[in-house]
Design a binder for this molecule. Structure first.
Ligand code: GTQ
Ligand code: FE2
Length: 270
């Protein structure tokens, strides 16, 4: 599957005229993958949703068993509060919300802010350890304000790491950086600078988010053209290859650590 950012933005903008987040808690558009008997998941183990917050809004705090992360697409002046810590969320950042950490979001900027959420809810559904709690005060008290947070990976810090990264000499994969996040044991989080790389398949389910650039991804027999902000999904054991038509930064959310923990991980370069 492929989802286009522009179409999603239009839908979220419409939703923004109907209801505010004080009532709805979150304004999100879920990427339900239309495989048989699915009414929620983006891949079998993970779900993604685009989220939008309007200037002046504050989304109430809550916590849940599911681990969550966000790829910030267009945001200036917005922030997350994770366990009392207020940290800015700006375009290109990754923000983590490990399971059972309180979290809410707010927006002090002038334009609507958009990001993509990734959560392991389908895995939690399978195993059934789901707990959810609204914050007793609805809005969590801010105990510290910090641009540098253990929950935030800024665009600049990611690009600095990527500058030092090397691609596979045989061309199997592009320069890649993997984020070490021990609090997020179900999720693999990585970035790559794509030009062109050959076929690969693995048992991991992968969700690619276009942080910058344009190009196309071949997934099985289908080819999806993508632009900044789009999402492309590669299900387990499906061949895929990327071809960028301009300098492209792809973020990949996967269930690779879960597959590895269970010793189900297999991978093949074609
Ligand atoms: O921002 O807390 O897309 O709890 C789905 C569930 C976002 C969030 C989602 C959530 C959130
Ligand atoms: Fe949440």
């Amino acid at each position: 599957m492929h989802w286009g950012y522009q179409q999603v933005k239009d839908a979220l903008a419409s939703a923004g005229t109907l209801i505010d987040v004080a009532l709805a808690e979150r304004r999100n558009l879920i990427l339900r993958n239309p495989f048989p008997n699915n009414n929620f998941a983006t891949v079998k183990t993970l779900v993604c949703a685009y989220q939008m917050i309007l200037p002046g809004e504050v989304a109430p705090s809550h916590r849940h068993s599911a681990h969550a992360m966000r790829v910030i697409l267009d945001a200036k002046g917005s922030y997350s509060i994770v366990d009392g810590e207020k940290t800015p969320i700006e375009s290109g950042d990754i923000v983590l919300t490990p399971g059972w950490h309180w979290h809410g979001h707010g927006h002090e900027g002038a334009e609507p802010a958009y990001w993509l959420d990734g959560l392991d809810i389908p895995s939690v559904h399978l195993m059934e350890p789901m707990f959810f709690e609204e914050h007793p005060k609805k809005y969590e008290k801010i105990t510290s304000v910090a641009a540098a947070s253990r929950f935030r990976f800024s665009r600049d810090s990611i690009l600095t790491e990527l500058d030092k990264a090397k691609g596979d000499p045989a061309g199997a994969h592009a320069p890649r950086v993997t984020l070490e996040a021990p609090d997020m044991p179900t999720m693999g989080l990585s970035w790559s600078l794509e030009i062109k790389h050959g076929g690969h398949r693995s048992t991991a389910n992968r969700i690619f988010v276009v942080v910058e650039g344009a190009g196309q991804t071949k997934v099985g027999k289908e080819t999806f053209a993508w632009r900044r902000g789009d999402t492309v999904v590669v299900p387990t054991w499906t061949d895929f290859s990327h071809r960028a038509t301009s300098d492209s930064l792809l973020f990949c959310l996967s269930d690779e650590p879960l597959m590895r923990a269970f010793k189900y991980y297999r991978s093949e370069y074609l």
